[in-house]
Design a protein around this ligand. Structure first.
Ligand code: NAD
Length: 251
């Protein structure tokens, strides 16, 4: 049902973004890939997704976002998914990490929106899907930048929804709990250090402790919701922030 639609998915070389790109491609969308990674692996992904254009731009810089948007051309669907995490007590939180996380997890979504919206308005159809997080609704200690950026992303999404409501363009957030991806796996060592725990304690007593289902969300589950939000039946879903967190934020 997405034949003829062009979809940019940021951070689509790994994890959730890759699952979303694959799912949109399976529905017929032309995909534009972005993210870092091994060049052979990226070449393989491009081929897998019908010779998809790719931008390796670093989205922590405004110029990187602009460069990516030039490569992407006019896009009908933007999935702002690229993100990173850093775990540290506030007094030791590296200032450059704060700046980079706000730039990537929040500001890059503002920049893609401002650059993509003119075409969407002209067409009278568009979809902005933002990978937020349970941390757009609730906080956890030692994640100041991430929690601040994701709360900001939820606010940005609501504002876009209102501004674009009469133009056939929707803007929504998907807010997963812990999804089993490299991002989660890579924060285990720092959390072990911050909390003085073993790997097993971090997985069971920190990560899954807050997730009543006691299961990691799978990237394909997030992708299925992203696909639904791109359907015409979802035209009246806008400004929403959907939790997919095994009940975490129900508590
Ligand atoms: P991941 O680390 O597997 O993938 C991140 C992607 O972003 C990769 O493609 C990476 O190359 C890209 N990226 C990183 N820095 C970038 C930069 N400066 N410029 C451009 N691209 C960059 O992570 P993931 O778990 O798939 O996370 C994707 C999104 O989902 C993030 O926004 C994350 O905050 C959010 N999220 C993840 C979880 C989880 O548990 N994994 C939970 C909630 C929300």
């Amino acid at each position: 049902f997405l034949a003829g639609r062009r979809a940019l998915v940021t951070g689509s070389t790994s994890g959730i973004g890759l699952a979303i790109a694959r799912a949109l491609h399976a529905e017929g969308a032309e995909i534009v890939l972005n993210g870092f990674g091994d060049s052979d692996e990226i070449a393989r992904l491009r081929q897998e997704m019908g010779g998809a254009p790719y931008s390796g731009a670093d989205l922590t810089n405004v110029s990187g976002v602009e460069e990516m948007m030039e490569t992407a051309g006019a896009v009908d669907i933007v999935v702002n998914n690229a993100g990173m995490q850093h775990v540290s007590p506030v007094e030791n939180f590296p200032v450059e990490k704060w700046d980079a996380i706000i730039a990537l997890n929040l500001s890059s979504a503002f920049h893609t929106a401002r650059l993509a919206v003119p075409h969407m308005k002209e067409k009278g159809w568009g979809r902005i899907v933002n990978t937020a997080s349970a941390h757009s609704k609730a906080a956890s200690p030692f994640k100041t930048a991430y929690v601040a950026a994701k709360h900001g992303l939820a606010g940005l999404t609501k504002t876009l929804a209102l501004e674009l409501a009469e133009h056939g363009v929707t803007a929504n957030c998907i807010s997963p709990g812990y999804v089993w991806t490299p991002l989660v796996e890579n924060q285990i060592p720092d959390t072990m250090k911050s909390r003085g725990m073993t790997r097993e304690e971090v997985m069971n007593d920190v990560l899954l402790a807050g997730q009543p289902t006691k299961k990691f969300v799978q990237p394909e589950e997030v992708a299925a919701l992203a696909v639904f939000l791109c359907r015409d039946e979802a035209q009246n879903i806008t400004g929403a922030n959907y939790s997919m967190d095994g009940g975490w934020t129900a508590k």
